[in-house]
Design a binder for this molecule. Structure first.
Ligand code: COA
Length: 159
C-alpha cells in the first residue's frame, strides 16, 4: 500500500462483509483490546453503520456508528497505521458529522482514552466537548486509565 495519501482521490463507502473484514485488520492494529471479528462484522447491520475510506481500491480507514433514534455514537474510527498524520482522520470524522446530519441526529457521542492525545485533538478541533470522565474505564498493561466521554451537537441541515 502507498504511504502517501491523496485525499481528493479517496471515496467513502458503506461496508459490506468483505470491506468490513478489511477494516477489521485496521481495527486490530489500532486497538489495545480489539473486538472479535464477528462483533466487528455485525456492525455492517442496523442499528450500526460501518463506513470505509477507500484509496486506490484499498480500505485505508473506517468509522462505525451506532444509530439510536437521534442519538448517534461513534463507536470506533481508525486510519491504517502507515497512513496517519495526513489528514485522513479529519476527513473521515468530517464525513461522520455529515452522516449524522443526514440521519437527523441531535448529538454525536464518543469515548476516548485519556492518553490518546492525537484522537482527543482531532475531536476537540471538530467541535466535540467533554461530557464526562469515567474513572479507570479502560484496561492498561499496568493498571487502568480514564475514559473521556465527548459530545458534539449536530445541526439540522436545510432539506
Ligand atoms: C486518531 C486517528 C483516527 C487520527 O487520524 P490521522 O489521519 O492520523 O489524523 P489527521 O492526520 O487527520 O490529524 C488529526 C489531528 O491530529 C493531529 N495529529 C495527527 N498525528 C499527530 C501526532 N502524531 N502527534 C500529534 N498530533 C497529531 C493533527 O495535527 C490534526 O490536528 P490539526 O487538525 O490541528 O492539524 C488515527 O491516529 C488512528 O487511527 N489512531 C488509532 C485509532 C484510534 O485511536 N482511534 C480513536 C479511538 S477513540
Amino acid at each position: 500500500m502507498c504511504a502517501k495519501l491523496n485525499l481528493q482521490a479517496t471515496t467513502f463507502c458503506q461496508a459490506d462483509e468483505a470491506l468490513a473484514l478489511a477494516a477489521y485488520a485496521i481495527h486490530q492494529e489500532a486497538q489495545y483490546a480489539p473486538w472479535s471479528e464477528a462483533t466487528f462484522v455485525d456492525c455492517i447491520s442496523s442499528p450500526y453503520e460501518c463506513w470505509v475510506l477507500l484509496h486506490d481500491g484499498q480500505v485505508v480507514g473506517f468509522a462505525i456508528l451506532l444509530v439510536v433514534l437521534d442519538e448517534i455514537t461513534l463507536m470506533d474510527i481508525a486510519i491504517s497505521a502507515g497512513l496517519r498524520g495526513q489528514g485522513a482522520g479529519k476527513h473521515m470524522l468530517d464525513f461522520v458529522i455529515r452522516r449524522c446530519e443526514q440521519l437527523n441526529g441531535s448529538n454525536c457521542f464518543l469515548e476516548v482514552r485519556e492518553s490518546n492525545l492525537v484522537a482527543r485533538k482531532l475531536y476537540l478541533n471538530s467541535g466535540f466537548e467533554l461530557l464526562e470522565r469515567r474513572k479507570g474505564y479502560y484496561p492498561l498493561a499496568n493498571g487502568r486509565e480514564d475514559a473521556l466521554m465527548m459530545v458534539r451537537p449536530i445541526s439540522a441541515v436545510a432539506p
